[in-house]
Design a protein around this ligand. Structure first.
Ligand code: GLN
Length: 547
C-alpha cells in the first residue's frame, strides 16, 4: 500500500445485493448527509466495476446521465446524488472504473515500474484500487465508498477483495460494511421474503466480508420478528437491520433513515459521541414538497426514453419548484413525436419549455420546432447546451432567413452557425483537438468562467458579473453571427472571458427566453436551487397563470 490513511478517518463501504437499481447511490448520499448533520466531515466516492475508462462514451439510455465535475471528470450519475445531498463538489479523485484502474496498472507495467513482476489482479489491481480509496484525503471523519454493481458480479470481485483487505489492514474499528438488499413482498402470501438477503450476505461472507449494517429495501414495514430472523441468519445485530422503505421523495430519505436509527448505529459502531442530527434543512424541503402552493407543467423535449438520462435536470427542476413553493410536473416529450405531429398538440398546455443537452441528429428538427414554438407563443424557454444551439439555429433559420443554418455535428452541407471547436483556452493554456481525435474525455469539459453583460436577464438572474459553470460539448455557436442574431432579436449576454465563445443567449423582447451553452442542472441542490431554474420555473408559473 503506498497511500496511508489518516488514523482518525473511518471508511464505510457500501455494497448492494439481490438486484441492481436499489438506490445505493441515494443510500450512500443520504448516510453522508446524516453524518454531516451530526457535524462530521465526509467524502463520498464511487467505484464502478465496468471496463469503460469513464461513462463519457456510454449511451445514456444504458447508463443514465453522465455527471460532470468542476475539474472536468465525466463520472457516474451517483456523483450527482452525492453533490446534491452533501453540497461537496466532487473531483476526479471521487470516481473510478475498472477501465481506469487497469489503464493505470498497464501504464505502470509499460513504464517498468513493477520491476519484472508478473502483473496480477491481486495484488496489482487491488493495490491500485486501494490507492484510489486512500488518496487525496485530508482530515475527513468519514469516507463513504460505494461499490457499483451487485455482489456476485464477476467484475466486482477485485473490489470486494480490496475492501476486505483494507478492513484487515486499517482495522475493523476504522471500517464498516453496509449492505443494501431487497426484501421482496409477495402479496398473495402477504409475506416479506428474507431468503434473497440471506443468500446475498452468504455471498459476501464467501469473500470474507461480514456486513455490519443491513439496509433492507422494502415496500412495506418490516415486522420485528423478520428483522430478528435476518439478524440471526446474517450475523448482524438486530438494531442494525434497518428498514429502507419506499419514501415520498428522495429528499425524505435522510430523515427516514435517521428515524430508523442509521446514523446512531454508525456512531455507536465507531464509538463516536456526536450531537443528534440537525435535520432542519431536510424537514424544510420535505415540508415544501408536501405542501406546494400549486403545480406547474414544464415540457422537456428530449430524445432519451430513460428518466435516468436526465437525472440532474429532473432534480434541478424540482429544486426550482421548491424555491417557488410549487410542484413542477414534467411533461416528457420525445422530439421525434413533434417532428411527426407538430408542436402544438404537445406544447399548447405547458407553462414552460426546456430543451436539454443532446448529441446526434435524431430528433433535432423536433427540438428546433419546440424552440420556435416557445419564441412565437411567448412561452418561457430554457435551452441547455444542445438546447441553446437549437435555439440559435432556429432564430437564424426563421428570423434571419438562413434556411440551411445548422450545426456541423448534424450536417456537412449547411451554413455552419454551430461548428466544431478545435481550440480554446483553459486556465491560461491552449486546448487543441483534432477533427478525427478520440471521442473519450476530449470535449470541452468542466468548469469555465463566463462573463455576463450587465443589464441582461442573465445578469439579473445570477446577480453577478462573472460566473463559473460546467460544460460538456464539442460544438459551439460561431461568434461571428452575433450581429445577425442581434438583428433577429437574440443577444449574446454571456461570453468566455476572451469574448470568443458565446455562453448565453437571450431574447429581450420575449417574456423569458434564455439558453446556455453549459449545464446549470449539474450544480443545483435542493437547499441551494440553481438561480436559472428558480427564475425559469417562476416565469413558467407566471405564464401558466395566463393560460
Ligand atoms: N452535441 C452538442 C455538442 O457537442 C451538445 C452537447 C450537449 O448538449 N451536452 O456541442
Amino acid at each position: 500500500m503506498t497511500e496511508k490513511a489518516n488514523p482518525k478517518t473511518k471508511f464505510i463501504f457500501i455494497t448492494g445485493g439481490v438486484v441492481s437499481s436499489l438506490g445505493k447511490g441515494l443510500a450512500s448520499a443520504s448516510l453522508a448527509a446524516l453524518l454531516q448533520a451530526r457535524g462530521f466531515k465526509v467524502r463520498l466516492r464511487k467505484l464502478d466495476p465496468y471496463l469503460n475508462v469513464d461513462p463519457g462514451t456510454m449511451n445514456p439510455c444504458q447508463h443514465g446521465e453522465v455527471f460532470v465535475t468542476d475539474d472536468g471528470t465525466e463520472a457516474d450519475l451517483d456523483l450527482g446524488h452525492y453533490e446534491r445531498f452533501s453540497g461537496i463538489p466532487a473531483t476526479r479523485h471521487d470516481s473510478v472504473t475498472s477501465g481506469k484502474i487497469y489503464q493505470r496498472v498497464l501504464d505502470r507495467e509499460r513504464r517498468g515500474d513493477y520491476l519484472g513482476a508478473t502483473i496480477q489482479v491481486i495484488p496489482h489491481v487491488t493495490n491500485e484500487i486501494k490507492n484510489f480509496i486512500l488518496s487525496d484525503l485530508e482530515d475527513e471523519d468519514f469516507v463513504l465508498c460505494e461499490i457499483g454493481g451487485t455482489v456476485g458480479d464477476i467484475e466486482g470481485q477485485p473490489y470486494l477483495e480490496t475492501i476486505r483487505q483494507l478492513a484487515y489492514e486499517l482495522g475493523r474499528e476504522h471500517t464498516m460494511f453496509v449492505h443494501l438488499t431487497l426484501l421482496p413482498y409477495i402479496p398473495t402470501a402477504g409475506e416479506l421474503k428474507t431468503k434473497p438477503t440471506q443468500h446475498s450476505v452468504k455471498q459476501l461472507q464467501e469473500y470474507g466480508i461480514q456486513p455490519d449494517i443491513l439496509l433492507c429495501r422494502s415496500q412495506v414495514e418490516i415486522p420485528q420478528n423478520e428483522k430478528r430472523k435476518i439478524a440471526l441468519f446474517c450475523n448482524v445485530r438486530e438494531e442494525r437491520v434497518i428498514a429502507a422503505l419506499d419514501a415520498k421523495s428522495i429528499y425524505h430519505v435522510p430523515m427516514a433513515y435517521s428515524c430508523e436509527g442509521l446514523d446512531n448505529e454508525v456512531c455507536k459502531y465507531f464509538g463516536l459521541e456526536a450531537p443528534a442530527a440537525d435535520l432542519s434543512k431536510w424537514e424544510h424541503i420535505a415540508d415544501v414538497m408536501e405542501n406546494p402552493e400549486g403545480e406547474v407543467k414544464i415540457a422537456v423535449v428530449g430524445k432519451y426514453q430513460l428518466l435516468e438520462a436526465y437525472k440532474s435536470l429532473n432534480e434541478a427542476l424540482t429544486h426550482g419548484g421548491i424555491a417557488n413553493r410549487f410542484k413542477v410536473k414534467i411533461k416528457w416529450i420525445d422530439a421525434e413525436e413533434i417532428e411527426k405531429h407538430g408542436a402544438d398538440q404537445y406544447l399548447s398546455d405547458v407553462g414552460g419549455i426546456l430543451v436539454p443537452g443532446g448529441f446526434g441528429s435524431r430528433g433535432t428538427e423536433g427540438k428546433i420546432a419546440a424552440a420556435r414554438y416557445a419564441r412565437e407563443h411567448n412561452i418561457p424557454y430554457l435551452g441547455i447546451c444542445f438546447g441553446m444551439q437549437m435555439a440559435v439555429i432556429e432564430t437564424l433559420r426563421h428570423v434571419a432567413g438562413i434556411a440551411n443554418a445548422n450545426s456541423t455535428e448534424l450536417s456537412s452541407d449547411c451554413e455552419p452557425v454551430v461548428g466544431l471547436m478545435t481550440e480554446w483556452d483553459k486556465e491560461g493554456a491552449r486546448q487543441i483537438r483534432a477533427k478525427d481525435g478520440d471521442l473519450g474525455g476530449t470535449m470541452r469539459l468542466g468548469a469555465y468562467p463566463c462573463v455576463l453583460q450587465p443589464g441582461s436577464k442573465a445578469f439579473d438572474v445570477y446577480g453577478q458579473k462573472e460566473i463559473s459553470e460546467r460544460h460538456r460539448h464539442r460544438y459551439e455557436v460561431n461568434i461571428k453571427y452575433e450581429a445577425l442574431l442581434k438583428k433577429s432579436g437574440m443577444l449574446i449576454t454571456g461570453k468566455s472571458p476572451d469574448g470568443k465563445l458565446p455562453e448565453i443567449v437571450e431574447r429581450p423582447e420575449h417574456p423569458w427566453f434564455v439558453a446556455v451553452q453549459f449545464h446549470p442542472e449539474l450544480k443545483s441542490k435542493p437547499f441551494a436551487p440553481h438561480p436559472l431554474f428558480v427564475a425559469f420555473v417562476k416565469a413558467a408559473i407566471d405564464n401558466s397563470r395566463l393560460l
